[in-house]
Design a protein around this ligand. Structure first.
Ligand SMILES: NC(=O)C1=CN([C@@H]2O[C@H](COP(=O)(O)OP(=O)(O)OC[C@H]3O[C@@H](n4cnc5c(N)ncnc54)[C@H](OP(=O)(O)O)[C@@H]3O)[C@@H](O)[C@H]2O)C=CC1
Ligand SMILES: O=C1CO[C@H](CO)[C@@H](O)[C@@H]1O
Length: 274
């Protein structure tokens, strides 16, 4: 049970990853810098970006402005689909590191399972890991069949699978598979991209004296899912981190699970047109 913002998941290679991080998709034009700085000031120690978000340089700037020791932070970025393949991934990694202006990355993810490419991409991630440039390597948007395929064609197991996960898309089978394989599930769009007006979430918010966003983020923690809500609003950034002073009763966790209707806000990885 996570009781503090510094609580972490211990990944399958022993690296510690905070249960809560800040997402920064769509944060641009300086908002990403302000958001990262506000988050670090509020106690966040994990930031999730990606090459395709176009804000790695601004994220790096926010980290510097916060004036925190690099080893206190957990930074994730991702290789974009157009850069997949062995050599092109190594090049994309260098570019991301230059933009972030850091020497070592905490977590590098394959953003989507691009058919015919992700195994070679994974070999590049394995090299970066073995050479010490990345502390942990993982994937995003992988179904269990992608993970099985990778398992049969590679040596290192991903530490994390970052997938769309929220009350309307609970991914129970994938979650069970990841648990069995010691792959940490990480939730993207945990706040359903701001669609938080469901009556149950409002009712539970009133019951626990919390907002619907806090109820959903606490539900992630109860389910041992790493979560990375995005906000560029300092007050919401603080609110989203104020989830360590309460816990949900088991029956309420189940009520939220029951909202699942396999609703995706993003594409299904099997149908995504790369
Ligand atoms: N691997 C992948 O393929 C993907 C990864 N991601 C990652 O996951 C992160 C989170 O997902 P994302 O899609 O951004 O969406 P989220 O589910 O985190 O929702 C973000 C939206 O919710 C609003 N919001 C934040 N906090 C609150 C609150 N307390 N009350 C009400 N509204 C709130 C934000 O507004 P505002 O900012 O204006 O405060 C924003 O509009 C991304 O930023 C990215 O890092 C996302 C998509 C795909
Ligand atoms: O993380 C994400 C958000 O941005 C991308 C598109 O621009 C998505 O495809 C992706 O999954």
């Amino acid at each position: 049970m996570a009781t503090s913002i510094t609580n972490h998941s211990v990944l399958n290679n022993g690296v510690k990853m905070p249960w809560l991080g800040l997402g920064v998709w769509k944060a641009k034009d300086g908002n990403e810098t302000l958001a990262v700085r506000s988050a670090i000031e509020a106690g966040y120690r994990s930031i999730d970006t990606a090459a395709i978000y176009g804000n790695e340089a601004g994220v790096g700037e926010g980290i510097r402005q916060a004036g925190i020791d690099r080893d206190q932070l957990f930074i994730t970025t991702k290789v974009w689909n157009a850069d997949q393949g062995y050599e092109s991934t190594l090049k994309a990694f260098d570019e991301s590191m230059k933009k972030l202006s850091i020497d070592t990355l905490d977590l590098y993810l394959i953003h989507w399972p691009v058919k015919g490419k992700y195994v070679d991409t994974w070999r590049a991630l394995e090299k970066l890991y073995r050479d010490g440039y990345v502390r942990a390597i993982g994937v995003s948007n992988f179904h269990s069949h992608h993970l099985e395929d990778l398992r049969q064609h590679s040596e290192i197991i991903p530490v994390v699978n970052q997938v769309e996960y929220h009350p309307l898309l609970t991914q129970k089978e994938l979650h069970a598979y990841c648990k069995e394989q010691h792959i940490q599930l990480e939730a993207w769009s945990p706040l359903m991209q701001g669609n938080l007006d469901h009556p149950l979430l409002i009712e539970l918010g009133q019951k626990y004296g919390k907002s619907p966003a806090q109820i959903v983020l606490r539900w992630d923690l109860e389910n041992q899912v790493v979560t990375i809500p995005k906000s560029i609003t300092p007050e919401r950034i603080r609110q989203n981190a104020d989830i360590f002073d309460f816990s949900l009763h088991a029956e309420d966790v189940e009520k939220i699970y029951a909202l699942n209707d396999s609703k995706r806000f993003g594409p299904d990885p099997d149908n995504f047109d790369f």
